[in-house]
Design a protein. Structure first.
Ligand SMILES: N[C@@H](CCC(=O)N[C@@H](CS)C(=O)NCC(=O)O)C(=O)O
Length: 197
């Protein structure tokens, strides 16, 4: 399988991390999204012109969430909890990340450069961080459920971003944030992202 990924693309990193957890062998095709003409390059592979996209023979799976689901099916359910209720919760959380937190995404772009701490938060940003605090405090242990899964992959990048912008969560939420930051799969994704040119 080939995974088309982009520079500083957090969605690409989430798909990559899900592949690592599910132990899927991937050939990565990185595209520099800052280079002129990048769109034509992406469109060679991805019908939406967006990354990530997964190529499996003639099949193109586009969108990080669909890729996570595909990896889950290829790995006999490695990305979600075995318990049905937990699995539904896990999917709800992945989808909440996938379609939400727009203020945070806008205000805290993913970067390896130096950034100023967030400082005074507006109401919308405050609400999103409070919601993340509630979600993170639900973690059963170092991972959201018993084993590392899609939810952890989806939130690890956010944990990293918050930390880069000087936001360390408190209590149980802070413990989960820290375990994500210590997680080898996140480190692999970060190393990968740093290597993209
Ligand atoms: N919902 C999509 C979002 C994909 C997306 O927005 N990708 C960005 C990079 S993170 C992209 O390809 N940007 C290039 C562009 O907008 O031209 C997913 O989860 O895969």
């Amino acid at each position: 399988m080939q995974l088309i990924v982009g520079t500083l693309s957090t969605w690409s990193l989430r798909a990559f991390m899900c592949g690592q957890i599910a132990d899927i062998r991937l050939d990565l095709i990185p595209i520099n999204l800052e280079k002129q003409g990048y769109k034509a390059e992406v469109l060679k592979y991805s019908p939406t012109g967006l990354v990530p996209a997964l190529l499996v023979d003639d099949l193109v799976v586009h969108d990080s969430l669909a890729i996570a689901e595909y990896f889950n099916e290829c790995s006999d359910g490695a990305l979600y909890p075995k318990n049905q209720s937990e699995r539904a919760q896990a999917r709800s959380l992945c989808m909440e990340m996938h379609s939400g937190f727009m203020n945070l995404r806008g205000r805290c772009p993913f970067t390896f450069g130096d950034v100023a701490p967030l400082g005074e938060l507006n109401e919308a940003l405050k609400k999103e961080i409070e919601r993340i605090e509630v979600i993170f405090a639900q973690a059963k242990g170092p991972f959201m459920f018993d084993q590392a899964g899609a939810v952890d992959a989806f939130f690890a990048i956010l944990a990293f971003r918050l930390s880069a912008y000087g936001v360390s969560l408190n209590g149980k939420a802070g413990e989960y944030q820290q375990s994500l930051l210590n997680w080898s799969v996140l480190h692999q994704a970060i190393e990968l992202a740093k290597g993209f040119k």
